[in-house]
Design a binder for this molecule. Sequence first.
Ligand SMILES: [Fe+2]
Ligand SMILES: [Fe+2]
Length: 285
Amino acid sequence: MSAPTFKLVQVSDVHFGGEHREAVEAAVERIQAEQPDLVIGAGDLTKDGALTEFASAQAWFARLPQPQLITPGNHDLPYKGPAEILERVTTPWRRYQARLGPARSVSWRDPRATVVTLNSARAVQIRLNWSKGAVSRRQVREVCAVLGQAEPQGLKIVACHHPLIEMIGGPMTARVRGGTAAAQAFAQAGVDLVLTGHIHVPFVHPYPFLDGCTQAVGSGTLSVRTRGAPPSFNLIEADAVDIRITALAFERTQFVVWRTWSVPRRCVPKGANENGATEVAPLKV
Ligand SMILES: [Fe+2]
Ligand SMILES: [Fe+2]
């Protein structure tokens, strides 16, 4: 891989209130040192949606480089106690928005990348398990409208909390209502990466749709709620030819490379393919 032209950090599932204190502290130092172009917070930033947890999350993100895009997870809603349940039903995102910004979709764009968030968490659902995700057709239309304005040669990235299709062999499920339709729509729109959290294990796998070049990218957790992988976050670097995803895991006092994936860009600009990589045809939609 040549020198990356775009670098972003993907963190999720910090779960303040149950954060891994040493890892969270070391992550600030490492992320600052990486000097990313963008920091993504892919939800579950608190443990129980408590006010003190949101204050900790806000203080932590304030120490990370700007710009940042943050989107909520299923834990970022109040639920512990009758007053909290009432608040969850009436003003579900009040706490989140007071500390971490809009819960709706927000976007960031420059010539190298267009990034859009999508809130896949729900305050109330017509099913027993409210921790699972949902994506409406309207949300998909809104995200695709933003992506339609993207630079043709730039990366297209969507960030939400729940994996839209299940991670095969993962330690838990997301069961996102509307997830498969959303994933298909994003593949059709030429999305390169769909960044998610929730599983607490880093992964990369291609969506089984169209050209297979839309990659589902999960980040791990920076909490003590690990599920078979150490506390970690993702570093994502792209040049004109490849995208490299590195899961950095906390080991004793520092972050070390846990696993790296390299995937080809969907569309390689003419003349950029200098290192023998196979040239990929642009997606026809
Ligand atoms: Fe989580
Ligand atoms: Fe979650």
